[in-house]
Write a protein that binds this ligand. Sequence first.
Ligand SMILES: [Zn+2]
Length: 281
Amino acid sequence: MSEKQTCVNCPGHPTRVVFITRQGRRVVQCRRCRLQFAEKYPDYEEAESAIYGQDYFRGSIDKLKQRKNVFSELLAEIELVLRRKGRLLDVGAGEGTLLKVAAKLGWGAEGTEIASAMIRYVRDELGLTVHKGILEEIELPESSFDAIVLNHVLEHVKNPRTTLEKVARLLSSSGVVRIEVPNLASLSSRAKNLQSLLNLKKDPWKHYSTGHHFWFFTPRTLKKTVETSGLSTVFMNAPAKQWGTKNPLHRFANAVCKRTLLGGHLIVYARVQNHVSTPNA
Ligand SMILES: [Zn+2]
């Protein structure tokens, strides 16, 4: 285990302990900006082999068809914001489904990944480009991507700020990044937090997934991290379900949660700060 983590929004600022899991993992909260995070981050080698082995991606591979639908809708949304297709980078590409769908739809798609088994699969079976390693350490041409996707990735990385600073360097002047993370301020999380506090759950704080999640964002703390990293928020929403659902009830719940930011999937679109046009500028 490495040394203690610090708030990426306010480095060195004091924290308070939110809870300690039965395995002894401590989740803390910055006293200034209220960002919550795991006090320790596993070593990279440990993370690659212990957390992101083939089992980690089994669920994704089992749900390929559903994921293809979700990613088609996700890419349609990006195209709507960007107003075109272009060069796309999927950070933490996993089994490569998003890349595959994007390539088929005419995007110039490439990815990054740390899990060796998934990299082999994407390169050998799908014939797509994937760079090995963490984003900060991969050499890619600056200002060269029109769209960057971090789909349930930012909660896993060692330092969300250096990750997003790299994103800001890689984005073209008109490019957009789409970040999606679990929403700590969702109705469901709020209920589970309360149940955990009151000791009403068999396995309290399980919903934090502290085995592989290390940063726990609310709309407010995510916006702060995005804007501390040289990016500017375009918009946020928080659907209840990842799309790809035809169920009318789910679609209605998504519409309500998107507006209220109470759904489980917190989404932010951002652009490079210097290139955001402001009124009267
Ligand atoms: Zn802070």
